[in-house]
Write a protein that binds this ligand. Structure first.
Ligand SMILES: *Cc1c(COP(=O)(O)O)cnc(C)c1O
Length: 378
């Protein structure tokens, strides 16, 4: 119990801090325990074995067939997205970015930073990707070699139809770059052999590992072809990382070894639960959360049927600010997450990723209900 100087009892932070930010997530005790594995040299056989194991489990959890390989990078999710954009688009290539939120726009910004010829199709935040517009763009511009799309647009909670985007892109012989950073592990992804797909993911969202690792998945054929494409980056050169990891079975640079230990355990847990199992677990939490929010009269941003299971963007209660809401909930043991850019003043975000449970969600709703009832914010 903490006392303020006036001797009045001040709210004591709850023991359990429930992370409702969309990653890094609350991890399983086994994952945290794995972090304290032995000190290791990354050029020794032990690390090579660990890295190869993690690489193959990453392909397994993503549903990749035998043709697929992963390249695991030390760096946050953005590194994997950036490594693909910087490495996969050839010198004479052109990128079409589908933008319906913050992360779609980020891919456009990344491509521009490398001076890659890039065009953006904007659907507006929360706007559904109009597949007819995508197709007509590809039909009218035969120079487009790559189409980039976000699977789960974490800025809004919208799930995009990556399967249809990839199908249309391949019809025009374009490759598809998918930012699946906040969906891989919980939302179904089908990697088939007839479409060239580059997928980016990270360790600390729906795969429930520690932050610090990200990965790229592509077919071996696509990865082999990188050596003929333009090298625009040194440390995010996917060709360099692929060759080191695939041919020499060693990382290009010093990796985050503890994050690898933790990720290996997190992948075991994810594989045991299965993507469908994890989807069901997150969906159950999301249903309880969304039903509760609606009963409090709070509006959910994305319509039903277009929502990812792992994130809910919801309207800030009338007369309340995000900061006040954040402080009250933080003291009660819940970390909520601000919305970005044009949604920042009116919405906040609640993730249902990671090791939270039904009890956490019900308690969260009760704290929020009492806060709104007290009306102390107005
Ligand atoms: C979290 C996230 C990223 C990457 O964020 P990092 O902070 O670099 O890990 C990229 N795309 C999407 C869709 C995300 O949700």
């Amino acid at each position: 119990m903490s006392l303020s100087t006036s001797g009045v009892e001040t709210p004591r932070p709850a023991e359990r801090l429930v992370l409702m930010n969309p990653g890094p997530v609350m991890t399983h005790p086994e994952v945290r325990k794995a972090l304290s594995g032995p000190d290791l040299c990354h050029r020794e056989q032990e690390f090579s074995n660990l890295m190869m194991e993690v690489r193959s489990k990453v392909v397994e959890i993503t549903g990749g067939t035998a043709e697929y390989r992963s390249v695991v990078l030390t760096g946050s999710g953005t590194s994997a997205v950036e490594a693909i954009i910087a490495s996969a688009v050839p010198e004479a290539g052109k990128l079409l970015v589908l933008d319906n939120g913050h992360y779609g726009h980020r891919m456009f910004t990344i491509a521009r930073a490398y001076n890659i010829p890039t065009i953006s199709l904007s659907f507006g935040w929360c706007g559904e990707i109009d597949l007819a517009r995508v197709e007509s763009m590809l039909a009218h511009d035969s120079g487009i070699t790559h189409v980039a799309v976000v699977h789960h647009e974490t800025s809004t909670g919208m799930l995009n139809d990556i399967r249809e985007v990839a199908r249309i892109a391949s019809k025009y012989s374009a490759e598809t770059i998918i930012d699946a950073v906040s969906s891989v592990g919980a939302e179904e992804i089908v990697l088939t052999t007839d479409k060239a797909i580059w997928l980016a993911g990270s360790s600390n969202k729906c795969l429930e590992g520690m932050p610090g690792l990200s990965f790229v998945i592509a077919s071996q054929e696509s990865l082999e072809s990188l050596s003929t494409r333009k090298q625009r980056s040194f440390s995010l050169d996917l060709n360099r990382h692929y060759r080191a990891q695939e041919k020499l079975k060693t990382p290009a640079f010093t990796p985050s070894i503890p994050a690898f230990y933790a990720f290996n355990t997190a992948l075991d847990l994810a594989i045991a639960e299965g993507v469908k199992g994890r989807f069901n677990r997150y969906e159950n939490l999301a249903i309880i959360l969304r039903t509760g929010l609606r009963s409090l009269g709070l509006e959910i941003l994305i319509p039903e049927g277009q929502r990812a299971v792992s994130l809910t963007a919801v309207k800030i209660p009338v007369g309340c600010t995000y900061q006040a809401l954040h402080t009250t909930l933080r003291v009660a043991g819940f970390v909520i997450y601000a919305a970005q850019e044009q949604l920042e003043l009116d919405y906040f975000r609640l993730s249902t990723m990671g090791q939270m449970d039904e009890h956490d969600i019900r308690k969260f709703l009760e704290v929020l209900r009492q806060y709104i009832l007290r009306g102390e914010h107005s």
